[in-house]
Design a protein around this ligand. Structure first.
Ligand code: AMP
Ligand code: GLY
Length: 428
């Protein structure tokens, strides 16, 4: 197994809390640090208030604290090139280089990458002017899909039922600059019908392995109604993914994607999140790539991961995924996001959270912190997605029962959550 490793996790959300818990279960773990972390993470790791996007100060921190391995949670530090700076200073990193992170940071880059390597995706146009955008929209039928090319924290994609709505989205992005420079370039593409599936591919470009299948719930309200969010809950595995469907996704999308990373000589050691649309006839096409684990998918995937997470990240960071011994997941997991009252539209006043201990005491349940702060002995909801209540059980039904039993013990002013996570499975 080798020596103990001191690990630093970058990030502050529910995904990073789940990564921290997975690290804590590892026999290889030495000391555990987080930058900046959150009150849930602080129960397991030493948290430091540094800027996670400042590679030079993170690299200095690694030297000072004898960190062996950095695991990068969110996309922003990766897009800022933090992995490159830390690596250049001699510390191993689980997370792609700045050049690799372009697959998420620029939709223009990622769509052209897919086109160059024949990875199936929606037909598209890259547009920099209103005229170009009008011409592109004229090529498609409703619903119209308008995307800001740059990083927009989940706010850059418009799915518009009417041409007027699509033109309005173009005007917002290109003329009124509502997303700043992230909207200077647009991708306008064909709408794909079907069912969404996220696959988390762990890769060092030479080899790859897949975490369990999972499904996010992007809309705010029950029945997949209301605005898009960062994700209101998830479950894993997705039982409707047949062996045949998985074989097609591997052959037609995942293998060509990893081969493309290799062909372009990208330094890519981490996670390639492949967001797929599966057409009614089973054809998989890529909606988007992300260069990190999904949130809240991680909060169902890592509790199911039965291997040694630190050892896996170490193997990947060193380009040696091939020699890591993978164990197949045997359990099921379901999570429910508890969000603040004004999510996703705006901020909410801080509110005291009650019932956390009782929720964590439910069998199989872990409550991950997403948007909390610690004040005078209380844990406060600070807005956005606040908590992720995640349950593991032998079946999805049992995981759902446990998760909602725990959710019912939690309260804070304005708390909202979906009651129907997993409906695709339970109503099938
Ligand atoms: P993205 O961030 O690119 O995954 O887009 C966010 C969400 O918008 C996706 O999860 C889909 O629900 C929807 N979406 C994006 N692109 C398309 C498309 N070409 N066809 C249909 N829905 C899409
Ligand atoms: N849950 C979607 C994402 O992490 O992008």
């Amino acid at each position: 197994m080798g020596d103990k490793l001191n690990v630093l996790v970058l990030g502050s959300g529910g995904r990073e809390h789940a990564i921290i818990e997975a690290c804590s279960r590892s026999p290889r773990l030495g000391r555990l640090y987080a930058i900046p972390g959150n009150p849930g993470i602080a129960n397991r790791a030493e948290c430091h208030k540094l800027n996670a996007e400042d590679g030079t100060s993170i690299a200095a921190f690694c030297k000072e604290h004898a960190v062996d391995l950095v695991i990068v949670g969110p996309e922003a530090p990766l897009a800022a090139g933090v992995a490159d700076v830390i690596r250049a200073n001699g510390t191993a990193v689980f997370g792609p280089s700045k050049a690799g992170a372009m697959l998420e940071a620029s939709k223009e880059f990622s769509k052209n990458f897919m086109a160059r390597h024949n990875v199936p995706t929606a037909k598209f146009f890259v547009c920099r002017t209103v005229d170009e955008a009008q011409n592109a929209l004229a090529q498609f039928a409703p619903p119209y899909i308008v995307k800001a090319s740059g990083l927009a924290a989940g706010k850059g994609v418009f799915v518009e039922p009417t041409l007027e709505g699509a033109r309005n989205a173009v005007e917002q992005l290109l003329v009124r600059k509502t997303l700043g420079s992230a909207g200077d370039t647009l991708v306008i593409e064909e709408a794909l019908p079907g069912r969404e599936l996220s696959l988390m591919v762990i890769t060092d470009t030479k080899d790859f392995r897949l975490l369990s299948t999972s499904q996010d719930h992007k809309r705010l309200k029950d029945g997949d109604k209301g605005p898009n969010t960062g994700g209101m809950g998830a479950y894993a595995p997705a039982p409707w993914v047949t062996d045949e469907l998985m074989a097609r996704a591997l052959r037609e999308v995942i293998e060509p994607s990893v081969a493309a990373l290799r062909a372009e000589k990208l330094d890519y050691r981490g996670v390639l999140y492949v967001g797929l649309m599966i057409a009614p006839d089973g054809t998989p096409k890529v909606l988007e790539y992300n260069v990190r684990l999904g949130d809240p998918e991680t909060e169902v995937l890592l509790p199911l991961f039965e291997g040694d997470w630190v050892d896996l990240c170490w193997h990947v960071a060193n380009g040696d995924l091939a020699s890591f011994e993978w164990k197949k997941e045997t359990q099921c997991s379901l999570c429910v996001i508890c969000a603040s009252g004004n999510y996703p539209a705006g901020k909410s006043a801080p509110a005291v959270i009650s019932g956390l201990d009782a929720a964590n005491a439910v069998a199989g349940v872990t409550v991950y912190h997403c948007g909390t702060s610690a004040q005078d002995g209380s844990i406060m909801a600070t807005g956005g997605r606040v908590l992720c209540v995640s349950a593991v059980a032998p079946t999805l039904e049992a995981a759902k029962t446990r998760a909602y039993e725990a959710v019912n013990k939690i309260s804070f002013d304005g708390m909202q959550y979906r009651h129907d996570i997993g409906h695709q499975v339970f109503e099938a």
